[in-house]
Design a protein around this ligand. Structure first.
Ligand code: HEC
Ligand code: HEC
Ligand code: HEC
Ligand code: HEC
Ligand code: HEC
Length: 499
């Protein structure tokens, strides 16, 4: 058998070119098997190894096959022999003798062809699924995807594949994304991409096809209590509490819903914005029960910019544009680390100094790692030498925590600094439309009451549920307190009633 195989290979490679082809094909095949073994067993899971094994090796394999074929054609041309004559010249007589099942050479060629087709389809299906893995999307292009990869790994969607949000399902989506991917490879190779990568992403699949596979509008009901603990810049970093009951309900009727009312099956909200950033709205329209649209025009922008052709319907991403790539605000990041006990609250001025260290201007990430330490330790050396002596360990671990925060959020290689990407989920996003400049034809403003989107149980208060306690009637804020308290319980009750 082995002898026959070697004889066959020798016969197939008619000249130097053919031999090169055989060597290429065989070594590509063998290397592929070895690579695949290391990938499957987990010895290697590197994106580059994947690129080599799923893109380069099958390509070499095909090049080898083409060379073998080409050598045959060339041989035929130069010798003037027919295919049959050439076969007879290259192989032993016994192998070319025709039998009921064709000659032995023919059978071997058929067998190899089948094996090749099988191998190539296996390799390409492995390649497609490999390219769908977050590891590939996040690391194959080196530093380009670094900000997205870093934020993704630390997000509620860390186990959702990039392609589940960015590509969607179906052949169209696949072809689109591969074409787009080829352009991205070119732009990475020649450094044509923008830094930071611009947002919004136009190729993002419609939210109906992606987000709604896992979260859908009828699943949002009732309210959700969210508590924020903020620390002051004073020496003891005094905490204060804001507690909101976010009215995330979609609602069942045309009105009477909460935050997810915009994406209820029956509703549509559309808008025109000044530019592609979707940060300033010229007008916004909401579909009414009778199918007509009520329009609110931004009195400040409408006259200046007039109408716009670029109209978009609100979907999940108009608010959750940072669903996964969540960049932190430096102050809030420090608050969170203090709350979790990762930063030592007992150290004087830790809140203020941590923020100062994080927001210093540093040339690159290496300089930042050194700079953060110098800034923080420097402050205590000058102002609180005692702290530096007694609590050196705490300060060291604080430095490391701050370095991690910095590395997660700031990416010099891509020009991603604090605040590079806007977040539309809070007031910045909502007030693009819900502001007093947005007026309907009859002059009524779009709704923007403080308790429309959330009930307020505490607002920069000393205790987390301040407004839920009975008010102190002598206090100047007693009326507001009483109002918020009543509103909180009423809206909770209404939400329970809706379910
Ligand atoms: C849960 C869904 C989801 C997942 C998973 C996801 N993304 Fe995104 N991605 C988004 C959304 C939403 C945006 C913002 C789009 C917009 O504003 O139009 C975005 C934006 C981006 C951007 C543009 C820059 C920016 O931050 O706006 C890049 C690049 C990107 N994603 C890459 C990735 C990579 C790489 C992965 C996997 C490691 C990934 N994404 C995983 C939803 C997702
Ligand atoms: C493959 C399923 C899947 C897809 C697709 C998906 N998500 Fe999620 N999402 C999840 C899971 C799982 C969680 C985590 C739930 C938890 O932590 O309780 C989550 C959490 C969230 C949260 C809550 C985050 C928080 O901080 O608690 C939001 C908001 C969200 N997703 C929005 C989106 C948006 C917007 C999209 C589309 C761009 C999307 N999701 C696509 C599965 C998905
Ligand atoms: C008008 C803005 C807006 C739109 C549109 C919107 N959301 Fe939300 N969503 C919010 C806000 C605000 C919250 C509450 C804050 C938070 O938890 O992130 C929220 C909360 C959530 C949560 C947390 C779950 C919960 O019950 O608290 C998920 C999941 C979510 N949204 C997914 C989606 C999906 C999927 C879509 C599209 C079908 C969508 N959202 C459309 C603003 C919006
Ligand atoms: C693109 C414009 C736009 C954005 C952005 C937007 N909204 Fe709205 N929203 C509307 C319109 C239009 C209405 C209906 C008009 C009205 O009620 O005055 C509405 C209505 C609402 C309602 C009342 C629903 C009902 O039952 O009538 C709530 C609650 C709400 N929005 C919350 C939010 C929150 C929270 C955000 C930010 C996370 C947000 N909206 C962002 C346009 C927007
Ligand atoms: C259109 C909806 C809407 C309106 C109107 C609105 N808010 Fe909010 N508010 C939100 C959303 C959404 C968040 C962010 C929730 C989150 O980030 O989880 C928020 C957050 C807050 C916070 C916490 C902010 C923080 O990070 O500490 C406070 C305090 C607050 N709102 C007070 C108010 C007051 C006071 C008003 C009236 C002037 C008001 N809101 C009007 C939607 C609204």
């Amino acid at each position: 058998m082995w002898k026959w195989y070697v004889g066959f290979i020798r016969g197939v490679s008619v000249d130097g070119l053919g031999k090169t082809g055989v060597v290429l094909t065989t070594s590509a095949f063998v290397s592929f098997v070895i690579f695949e073994f290391t990938m499957l067993t987990g010895i290697s899971s590197n994106a580059y190894a994947g690129l080599v094994s799923y893109l380069a090796l099958p390509a070499l394999f095909v090049v080898g096959l083409v060379l073998i074929f080409w050598a045959w054609m060339r041989q035929k041309r130069t010798t003037g022999l027919s295919t049959r004559e050439l076969i007879e010249r290259q192989f032993e007589q016994s192998a070319t003798r025709m039998s009921f099942l064709g000659s032995r050479v023919m059978r071997t060629v058929m067998m190899f062809t089948l094996a090749n087709v099988f191998f190539l389809s296996l390799a390409s299906s492995r390649m497609l699924s490999f390219m769908d893995e977050p590891e590939f999307c996040g690391t194959a292009c080196h530093s380009v995807m670094h900000p997205e990869w870093a934020t993704y790994q630390d997000s509620p969607h860390a186990r959702v594949a990039c392609v589940d949000c960015h590509v969607g399902e179906g052949v169209d989506a696949l072809v689109d994304s591969k074409l787009n991917g080829m352009w991205q490879m070119v732009s990475v190779t020649f450094g044509l991409y923008e830094q930071p990568i611009p947002t919004p992403v136009h190729q993002l699949r419609p939210a109906r096809e992606t987000c709604e596979k896992c979260h859908w509008p009828t699943k949002f009901y009732g309210s959700r209590v969210e508590q924020y603990v903020r620390y002051a810049d004073d020496s003891v970093s005094t905490p204060s509490y804001t507690t909101l009951s976010l009215k995330v309900d979609t609602g069942k009727a045309a009105t009477g819903g909460g935050i997810h009312w915009h994406v209820a099956e029956a509703n549509e909200v559309r808008y025109a914005s000044v530019d592609d950033k979707r940060e300033e709205m010229i007008w916004v329209e909401a579909r009414q029960a009778d199918g007509s649209f009520i329009r609110y025009e931004n009195q400040r922008l409408f006259h200046e910019h007039g109408d716009s052709e670029d109209i978009r319907s609100v979907d999940c991403v108009d608010c959750h544009n940072r669903a996964t790539h969540v960049y932190e605000d430096p102050k809030l990041a420090v608050d969170e680390r203090l709350l979790l006990g990762l930063l030592p609250g007992e150290i004087p001025f830790i809140k203020r100094e941590a923020v100062t260290a994080l927001t210093g201007s540093y040339a690159d990430s290496v300089a930042a790692m050194v700079g953060i330490e110098n800034q923080l330790i420097g402050f205590y050396r000058v102002n609180y030498p005692g702290v530096l002596v007694r609590q050196a360990e705490l300060l060291d671990s604080a430095v490391n925590v701050l370095r991690d925060v910095y590395r997660r959020n700031v990416h010099h290689s891509m020009n991603v600094t604090w605040g590079a990407y806007p977040d539309f989920r809070g007031h910045d996003g909502c007030f693009r439309c819900h502001n007093e400049n947005m007026l309907a034809e009859d002059g009524t403003p779009i709704s923007h009451d403080c308790t429309m989107c959330h009930s307020i149980a505490a607002y920069d208060s000393e205790t987390p549920f301040e407004f839920l306690l009975p008010p102190d009637t002598s206090s100047p804020t007693a009326t507001m307190h009483q109002f918020l308290r009543k509103e909180y319980f009423e809206s909770l009750n209404a939400a329970v009633g809706r379910q």
